[in-house]
Design a protein around this ligand. Structure first.
Ligand code: ADP
Ligand code: MG
Length: 225
């Protein structure tokens, strides 16, 4: 247990450091991006360079935004939120992307949905990360089943099930390590950050997967009366 405790303390210290660095980098990055846009307007000789630079900026921004999610939870604003509102926002946000990828999101939502004590944007971010992963695992389309139901007296289960490529055993062990990705344009931060957020909310995060069948993400969160 002592070893485990030390490990989790170290993890959160590393998380805080990462979030701190991300925060410091954000301002100079915004300035650089602004000047790049100005250059782009003034002369198009270097079109290709500007394009490459822009896409690299987008990449750095993605990494920074994900690392910023690791900010100290007690500095964040936890409040009572209706899960129905959160889910609705997330599903609306991803609707177009799903349609474009020939993916149908089949939601099976308990009625009524419970209230949770949370940082709304963080929970949204987790669900977006997981639904994006699910879509990215189904290059030729298919169905995502999104189930939300009571887990027990004071917990809710959020399950995201895809029919994607699945994750081989030896990869499954590494998933959630910072920067571990199998994608060309991946950051390898989505699962690590999402797991951390769920744990900061007193919840549990589990992945199970069968190659060629699909992947299931289970998120269990405490509910409010
Ligand atoms: P990223 O999506 O940027 O690669 P993540 O942390 O979100 O980073 O995911 C890490 C890796 O886990 C992915 O690169 C992929 O190999 C695997 N993975 C995550 N979700 C799924 C899924 N639903 N189906 C198959 N593989 C997945
Ligand atoms: Mg991802």
């Amino acid at each position: 247990t002592e070893e485990l405790l030390r490990k989790s303390e170290m993890h959160s210290a590393v998380g805080q450091l990462a979030a701190g660095i991300a925060h410091e980098i954000r301002n100079p990055l915004t300035a650089l991006k602004g000047f790049l846009q100005l250059l782009h307007v003034e002369g198009d000789k270097n079109e290709t360079y500007v394009k490459i630079m822009s896409s690299e900026f987008v990449r750095i921004e993605q990494i920074i935004n994900e690392l910023l999610m690791l900010s100290k939870p007690h500095e964040l604003n936890f409040h009572r939120a209706n899960l129905a509102v959160i889910l609705n926002d997330v599903l609306m946000l991803l609707e177009t992307q799903a349609i474009m990828n020939q993916i149908h999101i089949n939601s099976e939502l308990a009625n009524p949905l419970p209230f949770v004590e949370c940082v709304e944007n963080q929970i949204k971010q987790v669900l977006i990360n997981m639904l994006k992963n699910a879509m990215e695992a189904m290059p030729s389309g298919g169905e995502i089943t999104f189930t939300v139901r009571r887990h027990d007296q004071n917990h809710v289960l959020i399950r995201i099930q895809d029919q994607g490529i699945g994750i081989p055993e030896e990869q499954l062990r590494r998933i959630g390590e910072p920067f571990y990705t199998t994608k060309d344009k991946g950051t390898g931060l989505g699962i690590m950050v999402s797991k951390k957020i769920i744990e900061d909310h007193g919840g549990r995060f589990q992945i199970s997967s069968i190659v060629g069948v699909g992947t299931t993400i289970d998120i269990i969160l405490p509910t409010l009366p």
